[in-house]
Design a protein around this ligand. Structure first.
Ligand SMILES: NC(=O)c1ccc[n+]([C@@H]2O[C@H](COP(=O)([O-])OP(=O)(O)OC[C@H]3O[C@@H](n4cnc5c(N)ncnc54)[C@H](O)[C@@H]3O)[C@@H](O)[C@H]2O)c1
Length: 250
């Protein structure tokens, strides 16, 4: 059976955990060559070994790290067709006036500046060397239906959606597509931050009660959506927000 991503080269940021690991696994299973760009080298290396792909230690908030990631992708596989901007962070849920300068700055740097840097470093190379490309930016259902006590996080993800739509228009003539994905609450390394307390069934109950389909997002739900957007099946899809939320934003 041919894979849906045969011949594609992908960079997945934050691939050492959660959604990023599931996206990398799906992409490898569908025939893509994947480079995981992960801040924590141990998890990046371990996941890459498990999946049969490659990893590089990189902080997505740093321009020279993006340059390193692009170079490694070129050396290994001939350079990227797909960039999944998945790495993200959040402070622990709290009243918005109590969020510190450091927490605010880190949230905006990791969630939003990373998109800017990926475009600045990868788009010129794609324009010169590929017939197109696909950027998939992981936002959040909180960008569309913001949650109290997660204000600045939700704002950073709304910025990701706005940028993705603008970039989609800007680079359409280069056949470089930009889409965002908006997941609902899932069981990952960030869950306890969204809850502001330990990720237990009792503490999750309120979040769960808001979801019409009655369950959390599974990491594979997001991986499947990303696979579609990365594939040629989606070659007429750009500037869209794929909401994967069990009906929460309906
Ligand atoms: N889990 C949820 O409920 C949920 C819901 C909506 C959106 N999201 C978004 O999904 C994305 C993935 O998060 P997750 O939930 O899988 O969490 P996670 O903590 O399991 O995974 C995030 C990964 O990103 C890496 N990372 C963090 N900062 C980085 C940096 N500066 N450079 C490189 N890598 C970095 C982490 O080391 C980690 O491996 C994030 O953008 C998050 O905002 C999560």
């Amino acid at each position: 059976m041919p894979g849906r991503l045969d011949g594609k080269v992908a960079i997945v940021t934050g691939g050492g955990s959660g959604f990023g690991k599931a996206i990398s696994a799906k992409f490898v299973a569908e025939g893509a060559k994947v480079l995981i760009a992960e801040m924590h080298p141990e998890s990046g290396v371990a996941v890459a070994k498990e999946l049969g792909c490659e990893s590089i230690q990189a902080d997505v908030t740093k321009r020279d790290h993006w340059q390193k990631v692009l170079q490694k992708s070129i050396e290994l596989y001939g350079g990227p067709d797909v960039v999944v901007n998945n790495a993200g962070t959040c402070y622990s849920s709290k009243p918005s006036h109590e969020v510190t300068d450091e927490e605010y700055d880190l949230t905006m740097l990791v969630n939003y500046k990373s998109i800017y840097l990926s475009v600045a470093e990868i788009v010129p190379w794609m324009k010169e060397n590929k017939k197109g490309g696909s950027f998939i930016n992981i936002a959040s259902s909180g960008a569309i239906r913001p949650k109290p006590n997660l204000t600045w996080y939700c704002g950073s993800k709304a910025a990701v959606n706005a940028a993705s739509r603008s970039l989609a228009q800007e680079y359409a003539t280069n056949n470089i597509r930009f889409n965002s994905v908006c997941p609902q609450f899932a069981d990952t390394g960030l869950s306890h931050r969204f809850l502001g307390k330990p990720n237990t069934p009792e503490n999750r109950a309120y979040f769960m009660s808001l979801i019409p389909l009655g369950r959390m997002t599974d990491v594979t739900d997001v991986a499947n959506g990303c696979c579609y957007l990365a594939s040629e099946e989606a070659n007429y899809v750009t500037g869209t927000e794929l909401i994967i939320d069990g009906g929460r934003c309906a």
